[in-house]
Design a protein around this ligand. Structure first.
Ligand SMILES: [Zn+2]
Length: 341
């Protein structure tokens, strides 16, 4: 026994040192992926357009300033294929968008989305960025991912680009995680100040996708009344929280706690996407809400709690709106800092 104890007394410090070392490694391991690529600057909707290439720089700057580099793993986007787009979009619309863009026309014929000739490739990389983000989370390379992509996506329906959006990045990625990895129930949390009419429309009759949106009302694009709840067997899986102009932290946090939290208790999502628009910030030139960077950090915390309870922490968050550049940097930074905690 004495010999045994002596043996242990030599071994224990070695074991403690080993555990400490492992902990150090774990703490320095990246937990959050960042989809980034300078190509996202090359979609140029025109001079003085609010959805500007500088938004990409602002998002990256915010993350560099607020998240320790060791917590972030950079993820290079791939080019989405037509089959990927077709998970949510009609072949007719994909052709139409390609032709509109490559013809040099300058905007989509389907409405209010200005483009340049490079926009098609950039849009494919935006979708492909989310697909690589999904792969990285499923393969456990990271716990979650923020995608600093442009153009945004949540207004694009299956057959129509609109509202600065060409393809619906988040919707395509949601279908992709279901189809490629057999994930059943997916939740999409959309806190952009605009209602994600495209995402809601794509999944309106699909009970496997819970769509939750907080948005200003009345406002563009005009959809998102609380009576829109999903169709057929999907009734109840679309949850809209229209909030009047001047709404801020209290209204958003109440909506998350009173509507989203009870809904996921029943739905039990296995994977979560965030349509992360930051145009609810108080100084946004388009929105009229009063959110702060700290408020978006708190919403992130609520979604992370839900994700850790039901979805093994799996979140892919993608940039949607947010048009005041310094506010965008601050709010993306605050959001990513919580994701990477
Ligand atoms: Zn928006």
């Amino acid at each position: 026994m004495v010999c045994g104890n002596l043996y242990l007394s030599f071994k224990v410090p070695v074991m403690v040192a080993k555990i400490e070392k492992e902990r150090e490694v774990a703490e320095s391991t990246a937990v959050t992926g960042l989809v980034c690529d300078p190509i996202y600057r090359e979609h140029q909707p025109g001079v003085r357009h609010p959805e500007s290439p500088e938004r990409y720089d602002a998002a990256i700057k915010g993350i560099e300033e607020h998240v320790p580099a060791g917590r972030i793993l950079k993820i290079v986007p791939r080019m989405a294929k037509e089959d990927d787009l077709a998970l949510c979009h009609t072949l007719e619309y994909i052709d139409e968008a390609r032709q509109d863009i490559l013809s040099g026309w300058g905007s989509l014929s389907t409405g209010d989305t200005d483009v340049c000739v490079k926009s098609y490739d950039v849009a494919l990389k935006a979708v492909g960025g989310l697909l690589n983000a999904v792969d990285a989370v499923i393969e456990k390379k990271v716990r979650n991912v923020f995608c600093a992509v442009r153009p945004p996506g949540h207004h694009a329906t299956s057959e129509r680009g609109m509202g600065f959006c060409i393809f619906n990045n988040v919707a395509i990625a949601a279908r992709y995680v279901q189809k490629k990895y057999g994930v059943g129930r997916v939740a999409i949390v959309d806190w952009d100040i605009h209602h994600g009419n495209g995402t809601q429309d794509i999944f309106y009759e699909d009970p496997s996708v819970l769509y939750f949106s907080t948005h200003m009302w009345p406002f563009y694009p005009g959809t998102g009344s609380s009576s829109e709840r999903g169709g057929g067997t999907a009734r109840g899986t679309k949850i809209n929280c229209p909030l009047g102009a001047g709404s801020g932290r209290k209204e958003y946090v109440d909506a998350f706690n009173e509507k989203l939290v009870p809904a996921v208790k029943n739905f039990k999502p296995e994977f979560i996407f965030i349509s992360a628009g930051f145009d609810g910030m108080a100084n946004d030139p388009i929105g009229r809400h009063l959110m702060t960077a700290a408020d978006y950090a708190d919403l992130t915390g609520i979604v992370m709690e839900i994700a850790s309870k039901y979805a093994s922490g799996r979140i892919v968050s993608a940039l949607e709106g947010g048009y005041n550049l310094s506010d965008l940097a601050a709010s993306v930074g605050a959001h990513a800092a919580i994701l990477a905690k």
